[in-house]
Design a protein around this ligand. Structure first.
Ligand code: GRF
Length: 207
């Protein structure tokens, strides 16, 4: 059974999609052993508690230095001992030691088709603002492994979503979540939990 720790910062709809997929057996061989939020007001924490999942808030704001936060975050992660760390709308940059210790065992969801509209500064609504400003007709979402760069790790799954003529960033964000994120995040976890993919030279292959 693959132990998952899901890291969140906000509403937690991707967390909910994972919980629902485990309940419906669209994800097998995996369980969520903990949810960590950097934001004590994140509704994601309520979602975790409602499902009896241990939920923790570890915020950089509660520590004197970034180093102290990193240590507390790493320590909690080590205690929970996940086989896979899932970043589901997590807005904190991970400590480099965590990325190294969990090589190809951290995944992230990004709300665009990488390599478009990704990298430093592209988070939340800014991604969709960028897509609309450029006038792309198709956008989407990407699940990828996390490496030392920003949105640069091996791509696991992508799904395209159409941009409509009168979209606002908010409307597009909602469509990308509903049509892509909530589908490919659980799918990626199921592939990993059932040992269906491998990474060779930075590329993800089906086994
Ligand atoms: C999603 O759009 C995700 O791609 C992003 O932040 C949002 C998280 O939403 N980076 P939620 O907290 O899962 O509802």
């Amino acid at each position: 059974m693959l132990k998952l720790v899901v890291c969140v910062s906000g509403g937690g709809t991707n967390l909910q999609a994972i919980i629902d997929a485990i309940t419906d057996k669209r994800i097998t061989n995996a369980e969520i052993v903990g949810v960590i939020s950097n934001n004590k007001n994140a509704y994601a924490l309520e979602r975790a508690k409602n499902h009896g999942i241990p939920a923790y808030c570890i915020s950089p704001k509660d520590f004197a230095s970034r180093e102290q936060f990193n240590q507390a975050f790493l320590q909690k992660m080590q205690e929970l001992d996940p086989g896979l760390i899932v970043l589901a709308g997590f807005l904190v940059v991970l400590p480099e030691t965590m990325i190294k210790s969990y090589h190809n065992r951290i995944i992230n969801i990004h709300p665009s088709l990488i390599p478009s509209f990704c990298g430093t500064g592209f988070y939340g609504l800014k991604v969709h603002e960028g897509a609309l400003k450029r006038g792309v007709k198709t956008t989407g979402a990407t699940v990828h492994f996390v490496d030392e760069g920003t949105d640069t790790g091996p791509i696991i799954l992508q799904k395209a979503v159409m941009v409509e003529a009168d979209d606002t960033p908010e409307i597009l964000q909602k469509r990308v979540m509903e049509q892509a994120e909530w589908e490919i995040m659980p799918k990626a976890i199921d592939l990993i939990a059932n040992d269906k993919i491998e990474v060779k030279d930075g590329i993800v292959w089906r086994k």
